[in-house]
Design a protein around this ligand. Structure first.
Ligand code: IPE
Ligand code: IPE
Ligand code: MG
Length: 236
């Protein structure tokens, strides 16, 4: 089934947006939207496995999201901890889990689980499950630039060896396929600092559906929209 699916082999990025508006529409606190959003994350991940997606990258928390009220940030981090526990316990899927972003300001207990999950799943051959937490595309590129600069200064990297591959090797997504398409929910049409390098030739798919309402059918619709696009990569 997976091999025949229109989504088989694809690399997909998802900007999960609209949790706050979903809650507001129902007269609930914003955190209720994040909670429902976490359930949708679990379901779409299961579905992506079933239909043979090669790699999926979720934008869970941006470098800029720290500017939200402390109680909302705390609630998001609590939910992230619960997701980590589920990932930690759940051994059913053959996913390689990778966390994108600077994890040093995260809770130490979360960092421990992240390191352990990444380590324990690192040799798995199924879908790559990337979760971007405290992630920003600019910050990722800055980090690569700093690494390159220090290697050049140390004499371990020649200036002439700095090419696109040299940058890609220093991104969190090292060795992974670039996203075929990036989906953003909730009607907003911007990238908000997600996968800036990696999205150079990604198709952008936008839907008005709020993330907590997002279903497997909506995922199929996004794949259909992507399949209808004509990717030219600068050619004709
Ligand atoms: C996305 O939903 C979740 C995060 C950014 C953590 P939002 O919380 O941004 O929801 P809206 O955009 O306010 O509706
Ligand atoms: C982008 O959504 C970040 C995540 C989905 C994690 P935001 O809601 O933070 O983006 P802006 O502020 O609308 O650009
Ligand atoms: Mg938002």
């Amino acid at each position: 089934m997976a091999e025949n699916s229109a989504a088989a082999g694809l690399s997909v990025g998802i900007i999960m947006d609209g949790n706050g508006r979903w809650a507001k529409k129902r007269g609930l606190p914003r955190t209720a939207g994040h909670k429902k959003g976490a359930d949708v994350f679990d379901d779409i991940t299961r579905y992506a496995n079933e239909i043979g997606v090669r790699a999926i990258t979720y934008y869970a928390f941006s470098s800029e999201n720290w500017s939200r009220p402390k109680d909302e940030v705390d609630a998001i981090m609590d939910l992230f901890g619960q997701s980590l526990k589920r990932l930690y316990k759940y051994r059913g899927e053959n996913n390689r889990v990778v966390f994108l972003g600077d994890r040093t300001p995260l809770r130490p207990a979360h960092q421990d689980m992240m390191n352990e999950i990444e380590h324990d799943t690192s040799t798995r051959t199924g879908m790559i499950l990337n979760i971007a937490v405290n992630y920003g595309g600019r910050q990722e590129l800055l980090r690569a630039a700093r690494q390159i600069a220090s290697e050049v200064a140390a004499g371990t990297l020649a200036e002439t060896a700095i090419d696109e591959a040299a940058i890609e090797e220093r991104l969190y997504t090292k060795g992974q396929p670039m996203p075929d398409f990036i989906l953003r929910t909730s009607g907003e049409q911007r990238i908000s600092n997600f996968l800036l390098w990696q999205s150079a030739y990604s198709e952008l798919v936008f839907t008005d559906v709020l993330w907590p309402d997002f279903t497997r059918n909506d995922f199929d619709a996004a794949v259909r929209e992507f399949r209808g696009r004509d990717r030219r990569y600068g050619g004709v």
